[in-house]
Design a protein around this ligand. Structure first.
Ligand SMILES: [Ca+2]
Length: 627
């Protein structure tokens, strides 16, 4: 039976719908008392899914008692606002970036927790998003490019929104949550993951069009400040996204489904290239105030295979005419400043949209019971290492912002300060020397909680399930298509930081990421090799002090590394070298460490979990933590 014939039922690989659903229910029941009252025998696919969903909602309503003092109609279920920002690195006020003007993201951070060491599993949209939306790592998804749909190619894994949908949530996708295209069946995985057809802004069609005004006419530039009045429909994709999400919230408060909990995914397109934004945002960052990356040259002893030649940047008209040499460049200094200015301006424009959305959430009345998560799908190099864009295993490509706000946990005594919209253009500096006064204004927010603990985007699925008190997928002890997770819920970590921060907490000891390459030295397809061209894989781990990457031969038929065939190694000591400018993997004093980290990488993510976790059931670990 194909995935589409049995499309609403998980885990149907080689089995009937009935069996697939029965297994999902069994797995859910194993971890969730609420769902266990449901009979799992004699199932019929579609009919039973709907009946089960209805029963499941009723049961949750009965079992989860509302917190005291909230409005009568509140059902006790937590809504989720899941905000994914395309190519967002932690260039944010709340991450200590003095230049960034991001008062709305900072406002969110001032109520929630900021994860200072959060990592993507691969620095490319499609593999990263599919990974955190299924809680599987790229090697389990067999996905390193944009060329396959997991349900057809590898396993009918349940997705994060699908799981919420099964638990009675309205699941809504606005903009880019799944990577659009083949990887999500060209439908963003509708109808399996979403209650209604995913919204995509109509003006996204202009992404590869010549719409940037220049003295020589309209061009397809990298840096593209625009007068909105001259654009298609007089709007831009992220403005449309925000309008749509606001409309959804406003309609919901008035509609018959007012009390049905929601999982609202809002995927912002900026600061992904091209840097197309309303031109006023450029004034936030006078060009004279822009600097270069402090480490804008190639790292010492960097293996050639590490390099990504940033071809997506080069194909834009304004970059093309600079005739920058392939593959290394460098980009002329003046243009480096312009790229950095364009990235920051795009980011502030996106932040302004987020402010509108947060204000609407407040106005809708849902903010008291809506968990908000904001993340970037991977990082981006703004000239660090002489590099641009993502496509690598460097820290700047893999590190992402991750902010989580859980009102029920983080606002004591119901003293929640309402969200408001910080109008970002009010931060435009009055002098040309830069944004000092703006950052002073922006600094009125500081993160409420922050942590240096290592977390991975693959952890998000179980974390959100635990926050919402729906069935938490247990760890996948071995590779499996059943209901399980290749990440670990960090909710206990959050709870610990909020309630008992002075007590030691056992947490994971490394994060795992990877990047494929077609060749030993950079070629035109090194940034995004198609699966058929992949010959090497760089496996990268980050411990609290080190980033270690091992480049090995890779079998693309079996989706497995050939560990003995090592191409090269990289080791960056973040204590001595936080900018990753010196690969010390060949230095004698690090020889033993290289052996140790090489072993750790091969043992894999399961063995970097908190001690004891793989010796007993997950529940046991959480009980220990809570006791
Ligand atoms: Ca991306």
């Amino acid at each position: 039976m194909s995935a589409t014939e049995c499309s609403t039922v998980p885990f149907t690989d080689g089995m009937s719908c009935d069996m697939g659903l029965a297994l999902y229910k069994r797995d859910v029941c194993a971890v969730s008392q609420a769902s266990c009252a449901v009979e799992i025998n004699n199932l019929r696919c579609q009919h039973d899914v709907e009946e089960w969903m209805a029963t499941s909602v009723t049961i949750s309503l009965l079992i989860v008692s509302p917190a005291s003092g909230v409005e009568d109609e509140y059902s006790g279920q937590k809504n989720v606002l899941f905000i994914v920002v395309d190519d967002l690195r932690p260039a944010l006020g709340c991450y200590g970036d003095k230049k960034a003007i991001t008062p709305n993201i900072d406002q969110l951070a001032s109520k929630g927790i900021v994860f200072k060491n959060a990592y993507a599993q691969q620095a490319l949209c499609a593999p990263s998003r599919t990974s955190f939306l299924t809680s599987r790592r790229p090697d389990s998804l067999h996905l390193y490019d944009t060329g396959s749909y997991w349900r057809e190619s590898v396993g009918n894994f349940v997705t994060l929104p699908q799981h919420f949908k099964y638990h009675g949530y309205e699941t809504i996708s606005v903009g880019k949550i799944f990577h659009h295209g083949i990887v999500s069946n060209k439908t963003d995985d509708y109808p399996i993951s979403w209650t209604e057809y995913p919204y995509r802004p109509s003006t996204m069609k202009d992404k590869m069009m010549a719409v940037c005004p220049t003295p020589d006419g309209e061009r397809m530039n990298l840096i593209c400040p625009v007068d909105i009045e001259t654009q298609d429909e007089k709007t831009l994709p992220d403005i449309q996204n925000t309008d749509y999400a606001i409309q959804y919230l406003m309609n919901k408060t008035k509609g018959p489904n007012k009390n049905v909990p929601f999982f609202l995914g809002v995927g912002y397109y900026k600061p992904h290239i091209p840097f197309k934004f309303p031109k006023e945002y450029l004034d936030l960052y006078p060009i004279d105030s822009m600097d270069l990356a402090p480490n804008n040259t190639k790292p010492k002893n960097m293996p050639k295979i590490s390099w990504n030649p940033w071809m997506d940047i080069r194909e834009r008209d304004d970059v093309k005419e600079l005739n920058i040499s392939i593959p290394y460049g460098p980009v002329p200094d003046d243009f480096q400043r312009e790229i950095r200015q364009g990235y920051y301006a795009s980011l502030s424009y996106m932040d302004d949209q987020l402010g509108r959305l947060l204000k609407a959430l407040e106005d809708s009345g849902y903010a008291d019971h809506t968990t908000i998560v904001l993340l970037g799908d991977h990082g981006w190099s703004l000239g660090e290492h002489q590099e641009w864009s993502k496509y690598s295993n460097f820290e700047v490509s893999l590190k992402v912002p991750l902010i989580v706000y859980i009102p029920e946990l983080m606002d004591e005594d119901k003293k929640r300060v309402p969200f408001h919209h910080n109008k970002v253009l009010e931060y435009v500096p009055t002098n040309k020397s830069g944004s000092a006064e703006s950052s002073m204004l922006a600094s009125k927010y500081t993160p409420k909680y922050q942590t240096e603990e290592l977390v991975e985007l693959v952890d998000l699925f179980p974390t959100l399930a635990e926050i919402a008190e729906i069935a938490v997928p247990p760890l996948c002890r071995v590779y499996s298509t059943t209901f399980c997770s290749e990440g670990l819920s960090f909710y206990p970590l959050i709870e610990h930081l909020v309630t008992d921060p002075w007590i030691d907490f056992n947490w994971k000891t490394a994060t795992f990421s990877q990047y494929p390459r077609p060749s030993l030295s950079p070629k035109n397809n090194s940034d995004q090799p198609a699966l058929k061209d992949i010959r090497y894989m760089g496996y990268s781990i980050r411990t609290t002090r080190f980033r270690y990457t091992e480049w090995v031969k890779f079998d693309k038929e079996k989706f497995k590394p050939d560990w003995p065939t090592i191409i090269s190694r990289e080791l960056y000591d973040h204590k001595q070298d936080p900018q990753e400018m010196n690969n010390v993997s060949d230095q004698d004093e690090y020889a033993n460490l290289v052996i140790e980290l090489s072993k750790k990488i091969k043992k894999g993510w399961r063995h970097a979990m908190p001690p004891g976790l793989f010796d007993g059931p997950l529940k046991h670990f959480h009980n220990e933590v809570n006791s």
